[in-house]
Ligand binder design. Structure first.
Ligand code: DHB
Ligand code: FE
Length: 259
């Protein structure tokens, strides 16, 4: 629904913010034209989604977390797939033959509502990259059932599933977004992470990521998504990395946020 006052307020403030940065740095007409060419190039190469993800998706996620309450959310990233394989409690995500020898991880925890009541029957989608930083269903013809699954929480809201440990991931670096990060002296790496997407009847869809204490790029994520609450402490049991993550999920808001 169009809301003239809101559109005016938000767009005016964005424009003011950009103007303030231009004044602060005495941006030249040449630089202004380079910026224009950059945006045209990013559009032509279909790199706008990556550009927005890199710089602003985490901001939207932080705003949503502040409005909704519950566990802090994360960015979803471009590699979620609906209807991934259903994995039983204590089951294991499929791994390719060549990935079988990798370090294993046990992902477990509990899903509750804001009052601490367990959410039984919630669906937790978990997905992550291959050890060489590729996502099944998107890259290199890797079949989409690898490194992905859905698990249903038990009567106590608990989940437990095994998989292999992911490694750091490089966002596409050969396009305009990668070139911009390089020009800024930044890199295009994200720390190793697991993705989670949790849906439960009547509840807000919760999207999160888990990162690993001490891992490469944890303090320097190119997408700036890492927050302290999402960094899982170093813990292993018999050589298996224990990734304990609880989720507190607010009820779905129907109109208020959407309006
Ligand atoms: C991107 C990829 C990811 O795996 C992720 O978690 C976030 C962002 C990306 O390529 O933009
Ligand atoms: Fe990812």
């Amino acid at each position: 629904m169009a809301d003239t006052a809101r559109i005016n307020a938000v767009v005016s403030d964005i424009v003011e913010g950009i103007r303030a940065a231009m004044f602060k740095h005495n941006v030249t007409y040449d630089e202004y034209q380079i910026a224009q060419s950059f945006l045209l190039d990013a559009f032509a190469k279909k790199d706008i989604p990556l550009l927005l993800t890199t710089f602003f998706n985490t901001t939207i996620v932080k705003i949503e977390g502040k409005m909704m309450g519950g566990s802090k959310p994360s960015l979803e990233g471009p590699y979620f797939i609906e209807d991934s394989p259903l994995i039983p409690q204590d089951g294991e995500l499929a791994a390719r033959e060549q990935d079988q020898g990798r370090m294993k991880a046990l992902l477990r925890g509990r899903v509750t509502d804001l009052d601490g009541k367990p959410l039984a029957g919630a669906t937790i989608n978990i997905w992550h990259s291959t050890p060489d930083g590729r996502y099944s269903g998107f890259h290199d013809g890797i079949a989409p059932h690898y490194h992905r699954g859905r698990i249903i929480t038990d009567a106590d809201g608990r989940y437990s599933v095994r998989t292999i440990m992911p490694t750091p991931y490089q966002i596409p670096s050969d396009g305009p977004t990668g070139a911009l990060l390089t020009a800024m002296g930044r890199h295009t790496w994200r720390p190793a992470h697991f993705h989670y997407k949790i849906t439960a009847l009547g509840m807000h869809t919760h999207i999160s990521q888990a990162y690993f204490e001490g891992g490469d790029y944890v303090d320097d994520d190119c997408c700036e998504d890492v927050c302290a609450e999402h960094v899982v402490a170093e813990k292993t049991d018999d050589g298996v990395r224990i990734v304990e993550v609880d989720f507190v999920i607010p009820e779905a808001v129907t109109q208020a946020l959407a309006a």
